[in-house]
Design a protein around this ligand. Structure first.
Ligand SMILES: Nc1ncnc2c1ncn2[C@@H]1O[C@H](COP(=O)(O)OP(=O)(O)OP(=O)(O)O)[C@@H](O)[C@H]1O
Ligand SMILES: [Mg+2]
Length: 232
């Protein structure tokens, strides 16, 4: 689905990603990217979604080099990125935010919305409430729901459990597990333990480079991951 080869990304003169290669395969349900603050995880997702342009290397999305695609082409082809900061339209209602998410899939709006509110019933209960007045957990559900409205083949989630209480984070992980039955999920997380538990493939990004890769289980069992990222 996605192949990334030897990717370099800079912000101006500052290089943030070096030689990053990774694969998301058709039969992967969840591909996890973990790593410490500032490692370049968000930068990697922004580059995959066409928001940032790499200085070297190649990304192929369903066999097409993304250098030939605009950010909205990338969404249309089925890669949807739910950003770290959620980017909800705070003054718009839940319903209207879902509508914005379906801009590439207008015709299927109501049928898709029904599927999304079935997964996240709170988005029906709060249908007319302004997004800015939702709780943090509800906003996260809305951000994911809005991503699903574009009917992605690959859904990239940047720290969906970020800033949520442990119980809520656990619920988000359960939802991701369900979503991944139908949609391939790329999950960037700081909750290393839970994220790796869901992962078919996983990558550890450190200082802008892939430090370790393998199955979720391999990373969970790796001494380096255990010592640096897991407590006990
Ligand atoms: N717009 C920008 N301009 C310059 N430097 C940036 C910009 N955005 C990010 N960086 C730098 O790039 C590096 C990687 O940042 P990035 O946000 O990708 O890390 P991250 O792994 O997502 O971290 P976190 O876990 O804190 O979200 C950091 O050193 C950051 O300061
Ligand atoms: Mg980040």
């Amino acid at each position: 689905m996605i192949t990334v080869r030897d990717l370099d990304v800079h912000y101006g003169d500052l290089q943030v990603l070096w030689d990053v290669s990774l694969d998301v395969r058709d039969d992967d349900s969840v591909v996890v990217i973990v790593g410490p603050n500032g490692a370049g995880k968000t930068t990697l997702l922004k580059t995959l979604s066409g928001v940032l342009t790499p200085t070297d290397g190649e990304i192929r999305l369903f066999d097409t080099p993304t250098s030939t695609l605009s950010a909205s082409d990338i969404v249309r082809r089925g890669f949807v990125h739910v950003p770290e900061k959620r980017n909800l339209f705070g003054d718009l209602s839940v319903y209207e935010n879902l509508r914005m998410g379906s801009y590439t899939q207008r015709d299927d709006f109501e049928a898709t919305r029904q599927e999304v509110v079935e997964m996240f019933p709170v988005l029906e209960e709060r249908r007319d409430q302004k997004a800015s007045t939702l709780s943090g957990g509800e906003q996260q559900m809305l951000a994911i729901g809005r991503g699903l409205m574009a009917k992605p083949k690959v859904l990239a989630l940047d720290e969906p459990s970020g800033a949520l209480a442990p119980q809520l984070a656990e619920r988000v992980f359960q939802k991701i597990d369900t979503i991944s039955d139908d949609v391939t999920v790329i999950l960037v997380e700081q909750h290393v333990d839970q994220a790796l538990g869901l992962a078919d493939r996983a990558y550890l990004l450190e200082n802008g480079r892939i430090a370790t890769e393998g199955t979720g289980r391999e990373l969970l069992e790796s001494e380096h991951v255990r010592e640096s990222y897991l407590s006990g």
